[in-house]
Ligand binder design. Structure first.
Ligand SMILES: Cc1cc2nc3c(=O)[nH]c(=O)nc-3n(C[C@H](O)[C@H](O)[C@H](O)COP(=O)(O)O)c2cc1C
Length: 226
C-alpha cells in the first residue's frame, strides 16, 4: 500500500490491535507534503478527547494549523531553538549513532517544517502559567497531566491510521510569540505541537528500557522484578 491511503482506508486501519499500535508508535518526523484529509485529523482529535483530565475539566483546545504563514512562524521559532539545542545535542551525541540518527531526523523536520501539511497544537484553557509564582508540584502535574494523555491518544490514532506524527515542544519556546502567532488569548496556553503528515518512511518498533530496569516493588530500589 502507498504511504498515502485514502481516507476510508486510513479510518479502517483504526482497527489495528492496540498492542501493535503501542509497540510501534514512534516519532515519525519525515513526512510527505501531500495533504491530510480533515476527516483523518478530526478522527485523531475525536479519539484524543477520550482521554482523562484533572477533575474531568476537559479544559483542552486544539488548534489545527494549515495556514502557511502560521506554519512558517512556528517553524522560525523551532529553528531558533534548534540552533541552540541542536548544536549542544550534536556535541553530546558524538560517537552515538542512534542519537545521531534522531538528530538528523530532527534536523530534517526543522528544515522542512513549512512543508508539513498539518500541525496540531494542543492547548490548555485556564490555570494561566505564571512562571515566577511557585505552585505546588501536584498543581503542575495536574495541569500538564490534563493534556498529555490526550496527546498520546492522538499519537496512537495517527499511528493506527499510518499517519506520521511526533510530539514536539521546541517551536513553543516563546509562549508569548506562539500565542501571538496562533491568536490565543492569555487564558489559553499552548503545550506542544504535533506535526502530522503521511510518512516518507515506515513505522517500526521503538527501542525502550526493559521493565525490570524501571520497576521498584513497594520501595524505590527494590528491584524485585529484575
Ligand atoms: C515533552 C516532550 C517534548 C519533546 N520535544 C521534542 C522536540 O521539540 N523536537 C523533537 O524532534 N522531538 C521532541 N520530542 C520527541 C522525543 O525526542 C522522542 O519521543 C524520543 O526521541 C523517542 O523517539 P521514538 O518514539 O521515535 O523512539 C519530545 C518528546 C516529549 C515527550
Amino acid at each position: 500500500m502507498s504511504n498515502v491511503p485514502t481516507t476510508d482506508e486510513a479510518l479502517a486501519d483504526l482497527s489495528m490491535p492496540l498492542v501493535d499500535a503501542m509497540m510501534t508508535q514512534r516519532a515519525v518526523r519525515r513526512v510527505l507534503p501531500d495533504p491530510v484529509d480533515d476527516a483523518v485529523v478530526r478522527k485523531c482529535i475525536e479519539l484524543a478527547l477520550r482521554a482523562p483530565t484533572g477533575s474531568n475539566g476537559q479544559n483542552w483546545e486544539f488548534v489545527v494549523v494549515k495556514d502557511q504563514a502560521v506554519k512558517d512562524q512556528l517553524g522560525k521559532r523551532y529553528r531558533q531553538a534548534w540552533s541552540l539545542y541542536g548544536g549542544l545535542g550534536k556535541r553530546l551525541a558524538a560517537g552515538d549513532e542512534s542519537m545521531q540518527k534522531i538528530l538528523r531526523a530532527v534536523q530534517w523536520q526543522v528544515d522542512h517544517f513549512s512543508e508539513i501539511p498539518v500541525l496540531v497544537v494542543p492547548c490548555l484553557r485556564g490555570g494561566m502559567r505564571m512562571p515566577y509564582v511557585p505552585s505546588p508540584f501536584v498543581g503542575e502535574s495536574s495541569y500538564f497531566g490534563s493534556i498529555y494523555p490526550s496527546v498520546q491518544n492522538l499519537l496512537l490514532a495517527a499511528r493506527a491510521m499510518g499517519l506520521g506524527a511526533s510530539l514536539i515542544t521546541l517551536p513553543l519556546w516563546s509562549v508569548t510569540s506562539a500565542r501571538r502567532t496562533l491568536g490565543l488569548p492569555l487564558t489559553v496556553t499552548p503545550v506542544c505541537v504535533v506535526p502530522l503528515g503521511w510518512p516518507r518512511g515506515r513505522y517500526g518498533p521503538t527501542t525502550r528500557k526493559p521493565v525490570e530496569k524501571v520497576v521498584h516493588l513497594d520501595r524505590y530500589g527494590n528491584r524485585a522484578w529484575a
